[in-house]
Design a protein around this ligand. Structure first.
Ligand SMILES: Nc1nc2c(ncn2[C@@H]2O[C@H](COP(=O)(O)OP(=O)(O)OP(=O)(O)O)[C@@H](O)[C@H]2O)c(=O)[nH]1
Length: 237
C-alpha cells in the first residue's frame, strides 16, 4: 500500500504509550511552551495548563474593552472578560485533544473494502488571520483495508482540528491525515464547504460566498472513478 502520510512526518509511541509525532526525524516535546507551530499535526499537543491561562486571558479582554473606550467595571461588562476567556478556550479546545484519546480504540477489524462516507458534519472554527469564526460542513470518505473507524470518531476528528486557529486548507488536510493515521485505509477524501465571517461581516463583505476545499489521498487521488463516486455521494441529497 502507498504511504499516505507526508513522508516528513511519522508516528512513534513513547514510554507511556502516547503517540508522538516526529517531524523530519525530530521529536516534538509535549507541552505548550515548546510548541512552535500549533497548526502542525502535533497530535501529542497537550498544553497542560490551559485552564491556568484564564486569568491572563481575562486581563487581556479587560484591556481590550478599555481600548474600545468601554468601562469594564460597568455592570453589564463585569464578568465579560472571564466569559470571553472561557469562550476562547472553548473555541480552541482542540489544542487539548489528541487523536489517540479521541479514537478511544474504536477501530474495528472488518473484512470490507467498500467506501465509507460520513457527510455534512457541522464544523465551527476560528480564522487565524482575524480571530473570527468560519463554519460549514465537512464530508469524509475512506476506503477501508481491513479496519474501520467508529463513525462518530470521524466527527470527533473534525472537532480536534476545527477547534483551533485555522485556515480551511490546513484543516482539510489535517482531517485527511488523521483518518489515514487511524485506520491506514487505501485512500481518504475530505471536502469542506465553509463560510468565513471575515469575508461576510467585514472586509469585502460578500455574504453569499462559500469556500470549498478538498484533500484526496491514495486511491481518491489516483483513481478518478473512486473520486467521482465519493463526490457523487457527497452531492446527492
Ligand atoms: N486561504 C485562506 N485565506 C483565509 C482564510 N481565512 C481568512 N483568509 C484570508 O486571509 C487574508 C488576510 O489578508 P490581509 O490582506 O493580510 O488582511 P485584511 O486586510 O484583513 O484582508 P481582507 O479580508 O481582504 O480585508 C484575507 O484574504 C482573508 O480572506 C482561510 O481559511 N484560507
Amino acid at each position: 500500500m502507498k504511504e499516505l502520510v507526508p513522508t516528513s512526518q511519522c508516528l512513534e509511541k513513547n514510554g507511556n504509550g502516547s503517540i508522538i509525532v516526529t517531524k523530519n526525524g525530530k521529536k516534538n516535546d509535549n507541552g505548550h511552551e515548546n510548541c512552535t507551530f500549533h497548526h502542525d499535526l502535533e497530535l501529542d499537543h497537550r498544553p497542560p495548563t490551559r485552564e491556568a491561562l484564564l486569568p491572563d486571558m481575562a486581563n487581556s479582554y479587560r484591556l481590550l474593552l478599555t481600548g474600545l473606550g468601554e468601562d469594564p467595571e460597568r455592570q453589564g461588562l463585569l464578568k465579560t472578560p472571564e466569559r470571553a476567556a472561557k469562550a476562547m478556550l472553548f473555541f480552541t479546545k482542540g489544542y487539548d485533544q489528541s487523536l489517540e484519546e479521541v479514537l478511544n480504540n474504536a477501530i474495528f477489524d472488518e473484512d470490507t473494502d467498500e467506501m465509507v462516507v460520513v457527510k455534512d458534519i457541522e464544523m465551527f472554527s476560528m480564522c487565524e488571520h482575524h480571530l473570527v469564526p468560519f463554519y460549514g460542513k465537512v464530508s469524509i470518505g475512506y476506503l477501508p483495508q481491513g479496519k474501520i473507524l467508529g463513525l462518530s470518531k470521524l466527527a470527533r476528528i473534525v472537532e480536534i482540528f476545527s477547534r483551533r486557529l485555522q485556515v480551511q486548507e490546513r484543516l482539510t488536510k489535517q482531517i485527511a491525515v488523521a483518518v489515514t493515521q487511524a485506520v491506514r485505509p487505501a485512500g481518504v477524501a475530505v471536502v469542506i464547504e465553509g463560510v468565513h465571517m471575515c469575508m461576510v461581516m467585514r472586509g469585502v463583505q460578500k455574504i453569499n460566498s462559500k469556500t470549498v476545499t478538498s484533500t484526496m489521498l491514495g486511491v481518491f487521488r489516483d483513481d478518478p472513478k473512486t473520486r467521482e463516486e465519493f463526490l457523487n455521494l457527497v452531492h446527492s441529497k
